[in-house]
Design a protein around this ligand. Structure first.
Ligand code: ZN
Length: 242
């Protein structure tokens, strides 16, 4: 391999990467640039460039080596690389993602890019373990039961609010931000419904509060909740369906 001209470290003693190490590196990376893969899932083969993770060209152990394209090799080695955020740890991470991916596609009709996309999709599905799937479904059932109770009674009790809040507490870790925000919205509206219903049933209103306004708000909330069966199904479907 040829170091680009004018590199500041070129005066350092370069330890030649042995043929075995080089062969292993090429085999693991399949000559794919770790940064191209890490940032863009770009799996095109690249002109061979071997970079040193610690920027020390005398450390030619396999774990210190990473296959990079010319552009990324320069970017990683340049003095300004820190400000661009191409850190050693980051590149190391991309490298392990690349190796992981290359192990998974081994035995497939290589290189077949459509097939690569399929493997990536399969990987996503595998990551949705049975346990996560079960817990996501359970969260959906909690929402459905909660909506069902509101539809039946036209209100929600304090205990039901507490239970809903507890049962959906872990959703932030199980789902994306959208679902977490949606659950929060459901909870907030349910709290309001609880309050409007309490005011109407006890006929206890704050000073100057218009009871018909409260009744109107209560009715609007019930309509909103009745629509949430469909909304919830659609939102959860996108996260749960395989
Ligand atoms: Zn690259």
């Amino acid at each position: 391999m040829n170091a680009p001209m004018g590199r500041k470290r070129s005066h350092m003693v370069r330890k030649v990467v042995t043929a075995n190490t080089e062969g292993e590196l090429f085999a693991r990376s399949r000559r794919r640039c770790a940064i191209c893969f890490g940032l863009k899932h770009d799996t095109d083969t690249k002109k061979d460039q071997i970079a040193h993770l610690d920027h020390n060209s005398s450390n030619s152990k396999l774990e210190n080596l990473v296959f990079l394209c010319l552009k990324h090799h320069d970017q990683f080695d340049s003095k300004t690389s820190q400000s661009k955020g191409l850190t050693k740890e980051e590149v190391k991470r991309y490298r392990s993602e690349l190796y992981d991916f290359m192990t998974k596609v081994r035995g497939t009709n290589w290189p077949d890019h459509r097939r690569i996309e399929d493997v990536l999709k399969e990987t996503d599905r595998q990551q949705l373990s049975t346990e996560v799937y079960d817990r996501r479904i359970q969260t959906y059932r909690t929402v459905r039961d909660f909506l069902g109770a509101i539809a039946r009674k036209g209100t929600v009790t304090f205990d039901e609010l507490n239970k809903f809040s507890t049962d959906t507490d872990e959703a932030l870790f199980l789902f994306n931000r959208n679902i977490a925000d949606y659950l929060r919205e459901l909870y907030k509206k349910a709290v309001t419904l609880h309050i409007t219903n309490k005011k109407l049933t006890t006929q206890y209103f704050a000073a100057g509060e218009d009871s018909s306004k409260v009744a109107e708000e209560d009715a609007e909330l019930l309509v909103w909740f009745s629509e949430q069966f469909e909304v919830a199904r659609e939102r959860f479907y996108a996260c749960i369906a395989l």
